[in-house]
Design a protein around this ligand. Sequence first.
Ligand SMILES: Cc1cc2nc3c(=O)[nH]c(=O)nc-3n(C[C@H](O)[C@H](O)[C@H](O)COP(=O)(O)OP(=O)(O)OC[C@H]3O[C@@H](n4cnc5c(N)ncnc54)[C@H](O)[C@@H]3O)c2cc1C
Length: 417
Amino acid sequence: MNGNRTQTVAVLGGGPAGSTVATLLAEKGFKVGIFHTGKRPPLIVGESLLPAVIPMLRKLGVEEEVKSFSRHKPGATVTLSKDETITSYFSRAKGKLPDYAYNTPRDKFDETLLQRAKQAGCVVFPHTAGIVRLDDNRIGLDNQTLLKTDGFFEDGVDWIVDASGRSRVIARTEMIKTVEGDRKDWALFAHWDKVKIIDEGNIHVDYLERGWNWRIPLKDRVSLGVVINPTHLIAHGTTAEEQYDHYVRSDERLREFTEGGKRITPVVKFNNWQNINERFYGKNWVCIGDAAGFIDPVFSTGLYLSMKSAFRVADVIAAGGEESALAAYEQDWKWEVKIWRRVIDSWYNGRLFTLYRAGMAQSKNPVGKIIAPHVEMHLSRVFTGDAINGSGYSRGLHSFLTRFFLFGFDPADLTVK
Ligand SMILES: Cc1cc2nc3c(=O)[nH]c(=O)nc-3n(C[C@H](O)[C@H](O)[C@H](O)COP(=O)(O)OP(=O)(O)OC[C@H]3O[C@@H](n4cnc5c(N)ncnc54)[C@H](O)[C@@H]3O)c2cc1C
């Protein structure tokens, strides 16, 4: 409450981060308006969840609904070379998290969370929000935006939460600097009626001659995405469709995966997806989800980080939005992302799965037989999201082993080109 009146929150964007923070704040007694146009690309990227998302879905009370349109995901399958495939099941992590996740069509997933926010009492304005800079590191909604809210914010806007995804509305207006990732890959993806899948329900991630790809089995289709340096892609055509189709046809492994299948949606293209704001908050505003920062998607961390930031920020605002609490949120987020980026780097520089190769070779000797299951358990925790939040032992082990435990195997063989 601000004096005697209920505090108001304007949430920019009704994606997973926005709907989540809105729901939680409405349930804590705030008056919440979400700006959400509903205009999105034909496909929304980010279809594979981590087990670390499940407890958040449960807290929001939407897991059963998400389950009804999603595919059960027991783990991940990685193809290193033509005859070398690794299957990692979340159950082997034996950690604190559920041993499954879901692959989910994002239009339905996002709609479920938005409906949940409405159910909690949030009002959705079907408009894009515009903002203005005010004095003293504060931000307000611009007049055009306010005019479309029918007096909802007539007593003022106490908090603005930027959940506008990669539009990064506040960061752009405030000219907040960003830290960019090293890689400048592009991702192109589409849905297929069928694509070869080795382990039912698992996300499949495959090394390619150039770049890598994902295969995400959904309920009635498969999402196939390729991630590749644009210099390789340009040779395949000019439009996203031409580039994607030609690339899929010309790569031996992709040709094999898609044999007998048909692309059933347009191709959607993404670039520039590694970007972290130098600053996450001001006097009356805070960024969450991709609007705060986003990292390479190879380990499906996006929705987990986005929803986690929404939970954290809802608590911070409800507790009064002290600057120290906002600073702690930003610091913790950046710390966690630093660890994820280390793991992601070990995918790109080849060390992570060279470690698996080395582990397989060592597992035949007596000491290796004892150590291998232990190592597998802790590395699986990295993929569930548990390692990052847990005691630190698993991530320490990952860091140590990928540096010192490769037994002569050359990571260059598995470097993503
Ligand atoms: C190639 C690629 C693959 C990925 N794969 C995965 C994956 O497998 N698993 C995973 O978990 N994550 C994945 N991600 C990341 C995931 O897509 C994002 O992290 C996630 O969607 C972020 O959620 P969000 O709510 O922060 O933003 P978004 O989902 O982008 O939602 C933001 C919303 O705000 C709206 N908006 C923008 N500007 C305004 C405005 N001015 N006013 C009102 N609304 C506005 C947008 O239209 C949008 O609806 C991937 C990302 C990429 C690029």
